[in-house]
Design a protein around this ligand. Structure first.
Ligand code: 5AD
Length: 351
């Protein structure tokens, strides 16, 4: 049933601490019932920070010239993928700035194929590489990627326009999400929470957008201003506690409304609080994306201020992650792809 907009707005606007805690508890019960308390891991490889776009909020935007640009070579990526496989993560995610030149398209296709071969077809591959043509999406799907993340960033077209240059249309982004689904990917989307001029109504509409577009997995996080972007002026009034609470409420309300989707507890939550990701799990998220990119590339991939984990290596991250998951009484879905029950339900309905 389509969630009720007014109820979503009311839940998102809760301010009293007790009521917010009750909201998290309710979301957690629904999570237990529909997706369980096993956390699925996706090792995250930040492949390159070269980007052709100029999104006003993003630290790796093209016009940020104070950044050293990098591109991890094939040998290194395969090493990281193998490590991820040997750690029993089950899935990995390849994320990068947006490029759509032929060299790049070929590189990704090759990488996906080789990672599949290297892991006997056992590791699940998610791509998060921005807007591409339907043909490109198809090539990468045929190479072996089966999930794709493309955040809509905000479902309000006017707000979207205020955050992106005119050549990056909301309509094209929406078309991309629809192409992904048509091809057969499990489609992930998401939004930033706490954007300038974003209202409670917009967030409620974001959840309705996920519902209407039949999104299988959701990655949302707080908007955090970055000093080398046009939105840097928002840094002086940025309130991390408030941003964290708003993001956690959004996760909880999304879980309550959509029930069986996968929801990631994103790194941006951890940037606001050392226990941010555990808080995300307790508010209804069920997926974590530990960064497995070699630490020497990390400072080049600062989408927002204070991104954590810059000096930790992947092994230390894994240990810390395990401890934090066990500490809240949850387990880890090692060696599993951890597809969203929402997607599985749909495919089994069709057969
Ligand atoms: N704050 C929070 N999230 C951001 N992203 C980009 N810039 C920021 C920021 N300043 C998110 C976008 C993008 C994802 C890769 O990172 O939602 O889709």
């Amino acid at each position: 049933m389509r969630p009720n907009r007014q109820e979503l707005i009311e839940m998102l606007s809760l301010q009293v601490k007790d009521e917010i805690d009750k909201l998290y508890k309710r979301a957690y019960e629904i999570k237990k019932q529909y997706v369980g308390t096993k956390v699925y891991l996706r090792g995250l490889i930040e492949l390159s920070n070269i980007c052709t776009r100029n999104c006003y909020y993003c630290g790796i935007r093209k016009d940020n010239h104070s950044l050293k640009r990098y591109n991890i070579d094939k040998e290194e990526v395969l090493k990281e993928a193998k490590w991820c496989y040997e750690q029993h993560y089950g899935s990995l995610t390849i994320q990068a700035g947006e490029r759509s030149d032929n060299l790049w398209i070929d590189y990704i296709e090759e990488l996906v194929k080789e990672i599949k071969t290297l892991t006997d077809g056992k590791i699940g591959i998610t791509l998060s590489l921005g807007e591409q043509s339907e043909e490109t999406y198809r090539r990468w799907f045929e190479a072996g990627a089966h999930r794709y993340l493309l955040r809509i960033e905000t479902s309000n077209p006017e707000l979207y326009r205020s955050l992106h240059p005119a050549e990056n249309s909301f309509e094209n982004r929406l078309q991309c999400i629809r192409s992904l689904k048509k091809i057969g990917y499990q489609a992930g989307s998401g939004v930033m929470i706490g954007l300038p001029h974003q209202k409670g109504e917009d967030l409620a509409d974001d959840i309705l957008f996920f519902y209407d577009e039949d999104i299988d997995m959701i990655g949302m996080g707080p908007f955090i201003p970055h000093h080398q972007t046009p939105l840097a002026y928002l840094l002086s009034t940025f309130n991390p506690e408030q941003a964290l609470e708003q993001a956690l409420k959004m996760i909880a309300v999304t879980r309550i409304a959509l029930k069986d989707v996968n929801i990631a507890s994103t790194t941006a939550l951890q940037a606001l609080h050392p226990k941010g990701r555990e808080m995300g799990l307790l508010a209804g998220a069920n997926v974590l994306m530990p960064n497995i990119t070699d630490t020497r590339f990390r400072d080049g991939y600062q989408l927002y201020e204070g991104k954590p984990g810059l000096n930790e290596n992947a092994l230390a991250i894994r240990k810390a992650l395990e401890e934090s998951i066990y500490s809240i009484g949850e387990t880890i879905g090692y060696d599993e792809w951890g597809d969203s029950p929402h997607f599985r339900r749909k495919t089994s309905d069709q057969s």
